[in-house]
Design a protein around this ligand. Sequence first.
Ligand code: M6R
Length: 367
Amino acid sequence: LAADDPDFMGREIAEQPETVERILSELAPRVSTGDLWRELGLPHFRRVAVLGCGTSLNAGRIIAHAFGAFGAIVNTAVTASEAGAVVLDAETLVIAASQSGETADVLRALDELQTGRGRVLALTNSMHSTLARRADGVLNCSAGPEIGVAATKTFVAQVVTGVCLALSAMVARGTILRAQADAIVDDLRRTPDRLENAIAVSRQWVPDIVESVRDAQGFLFLGRGAGVVYAAEGALKLKELTYRWAEHYPAGELKHGPLALVEEGTPVVVIESADGRLSANVAEVRSRGGRVISIGGPGSSIPVVDGHPEAFARSGRVSQGRGGNTFAACGPLESVVPMQILARELAIALGRDVDKPRNLAKSVTVE
Ligand code: M6R
């Protein structure tokens, strides 16, 4: 993984720290003043629905959650291809997340949803896209061109940009103090270092892991809390690139069904957190012979942050949300890096084309 990698995906993974650095240098000064939100000129809203497909939907889930955590805003993430059944009220801010801005399911969803006047915001990597033209406001996620079909740097760009937006909107409406927002922004500014660290340790650890799971036909990805969305993104990357089956679950769901899949050697990727219940879930996997690949924390296969589980859990924790709940601004964002690298390196070991996985396109313009 380096600037001279032969494939675009490798280079795009390597670019993630500088991508986030650039985004924050552009957005950070306008977050805790509330100006980032105000400049969009969108009306007051009471609820938020974030719309998207695939990786953009995963980013959307994190962004939706941020509105809830920063401002107790009722929020939801909507699978664009299923938006027809969704009912929104006229005071819902609809954020359509699409790196290409050309995804047919997203554009169709905007036709189907009864959105209130002037309430659609596009979060896109293409300011000249169809989505950008149709929306009432546009926020550029500024990842730069992404050529690999698998979304990597656009994912981290969407998450960071969307979280900045949520924070700025909550400052503008007075639900979060400027000093609190400053503390959260300070923490966000550590994201490039965390991503850099995650790339370095993954480069060291992932090759051995790839060897040990090379013949596995199916994988499980588990997390708790904010880790669940990242588990979803890890499973999506793995299936897209390697053509192996991969499922994600909240770890607590394991005993309600998926545990039956675990047998001797089944790879189970676990995104560590400070939630004590996770270790009991992982013990269930180990006792059935599952091959646990844990991300973060001591003794983990890939200790991406500070080598300590509390440090890992703390890495995104920056403020008290309303109601006293501790909230991680982006959750364990850096955990996505080892999963991207695992998917890429396993795909290469299996002889796949990592930039152009079979059956898939970068921009999906059909429903
Ligand atoms: O251009 P979009 O962000 O709207 O694309 C949505 C999905 O097709 C896309 O994220 C897809 O899931 C990625 N190839 C996954 O890596």
